[in-house]
Design a binder for this molecule. Structure first.
Ligand code: SAH
Ligand code: SF4
Ligand code: F3S
Length: 452
């Protein structure tokens, strides 16, 4: 905070309020991190803009999960050469998961000279100090902390919305799925203490937030490193006991740790949204084993069965990877049959992307890109049919939804299960309120209906 004040004093001496642009890629964890980076920037006296030409400082918060995500970031950072040429005082910072990859940091240092400051997730809490160092010496700062250290609490936050909020409950991942970069760039699991989490949720409820999502790469492992006598289900229960009208969500859950106790806890409270994101990744036992997922197809299906037994109207969504190294056509068919057996409400589908340093990147991968793409398209087409049928089943029902915003097509709302509903009526004063909505239409992406 001392560094924030020093930078604030420098900024106060300028003839204008300096503006910062925060450009965020990747998952909700990165969104939540960007809210803390904005918190710091605000303390330093920056205002905000979405226009890189107007920005005095551009902060790119990156994602390393797939090649495509990295290419997009590098393309956009490359283009910042032009804005910086017009505005040589512009400061360009690159942070997030890509910055924690040594080969990326090296490439940026050598080939992207417009980048002044680079730091990974481990050093996020030190952003003001690093920025001060750059401003004081005028030399590029590359921070390669490879130890996440303990969790820094008390970082200021500027949230993006007033209805929905993210609360990180833990950082890192211990699972080392063989395809995944996250454990390498985010470090081992570290849980925030229950009292700080519950205090943050109580504060959000008091401020009027209505949709609060607890975040972690594997929330079901929360607390294992704390020795606090609570597990994730206990934390969720304690959060649901906080007074106020709000819904609690959480993500992501690894199937190996999704427990009966958690399902029963969800069933016991109306404040815990009836939705569950439970990535399955592959339908074949051999592929799941090669992925180091530690559960098999039957075990996964059993979890889904028990989840539905506890919460009959639960909305289940999932992630799947197509074309993991060595996946055969027969094994891919097992993914196709699994999605039919489960009937997910929505599915996030990814083509396997090799990540430097992960075990899967050195496995043999004989299937061609074209064949993987053909599998991918079949999977998406089948899931679209399933999603549309699931959505059509809502027509004629009246569903309690949270009206959460507005876009060019009108008001938007979310069901408890987080399905998007487009409203055909209603005024803006509904935003931030729960409303009963009669569903009148549906397609594969969303529902439509009228507030009654
Ligand atoms: N912690 C979460 C997932 C985070 S990453 C979990 O375990 O469920 C989000 C999704 O990206 C993963 O579920 C996986 O489906 C996908 N993914 C991760 N690494 C990938 C890779 N190398 N190639 C393609 N998809 C990948
Ligand atoms: Fe990656 Fe697996 Fe950890 Fe999820 S659980 S972040 S897929 S290593
Ligand atoms: Fe991407 Fe990092 Fe999230 S790699 S998916 S931003 S944890």
């Amino acid at each position: 905070m001392d560094y924030c004040q020093k930078i604030h004093a420098m900024n106060a001496a300028l003839d204008h309020t300096p503006l910062a642009m925060v450009d965020t890629y990747g998952c909700q964890q990165n969104e939540a991190d960007s809210e803390r980076l904005r918190g710091y920037l605000s303390q330093m006296g920056y205002g905000f803009t979405d226009d890189e030409h107007q920005a005095d400082l551009v902060l790119v918060n990156t994602c390393a999960i797939r090649e495509h995500a990295e290419q997009r970031v590098l393309g956009n950072v490359g283009a910042l050469v032009h804005t910086k040429r017009k505005n040589p005082n512009q400061i360009i910072c690159l942070c997030g998961c890509m910055a924690q990859e040594p080969h990326v940091a090296k490439k940026v240092k050598e080939s992207y000279h417009q980048v002044d400051l680079l730091f990974g997730p481990h050093a996020l809490w030190r952003f003001p100090e690093l920025l001060w160092r750059f401003k004081a010496a005028g030399k590029r700062v590359f921070e390669f902390a490879d130890d996440p250290g303990s969790i820094a609490e008390g970082i200021p936050v500027v949230r993006q919305g007033s209805v929905k909020a993210w609360v990180s409950i833990m950082y890192g991942c211990n699972n080392f799925c063989s395809y995944c970069i996250v454990p390498y760039v985010r470090g081992r699991e570290r849980s925030r203490k229950p009292e700080v989490i519950l205090e943050e949720i109580a504060g959000l409820a008091a401020e009027g937030y209505k949709d609060i999502t607890l975040l972690g790469q594997n929330v079901n492992s929360w607390g294992k490193d704390l020795d606090c006598g609570m597990d994730f289900a206990d934390l969720l229960k304690a959060a649901a006991d906080i007074p106020g009208e709000f819904l609690l969500r959480f993500m992501t859950s690894h199937p190996k740790d999704a427990s009966q106790k958690l399902f029963d806890t969800m069933a016991s409270s109306e404040k815990i949204a009836p939705c569950f994101h439970l990535p399955f990744q592959a339908g074949s036992d051999r592929v799941l084993k090669a992925m180091n997922r530690v559960y098999g197809r039957a075990g996964y299906l059993d979890k889904v069965r028990r989840l539905r037994a506890a919460i009959p109207d639960v909305v289940i969504t999932s992630d799947v990877i197509v074309g993991f190294p060595g996946e055969t056509a027969e094994e891919f068919e097992e993914t196709m049959t699994l999605i039919d057996e489960v009937g997910f409400d929505a599915l996030f589908t990814f083509i396997y992307s090799p990540r430097v340093g992960t075990p899967a990147a050195s496995m043999e991968d004989p299937v061609s890109r074209e064949e993987k793409l053909a599998w991918f398209q079949r999977l998406v087409a089948r899931q679209d049919e399933i999603s549309e049928a699931k959505h059509r089943a809502y027509i004629g029902k009246t569903v309690r939804c949270l009206v959460d915003g507005k876009d060019e097509k009108g008001l938007t709302a979310r069901t408890g299960g987080n399905r998007l509903v487009r409203l055909t009526n209603g005024a803006e004063d509904l935003i931030g309120r729960f409303a009963d909505i009669r569903i009148t239409g549906a397609n594969k992406w969303s529902l439509s209906g009228e507030a009654v």
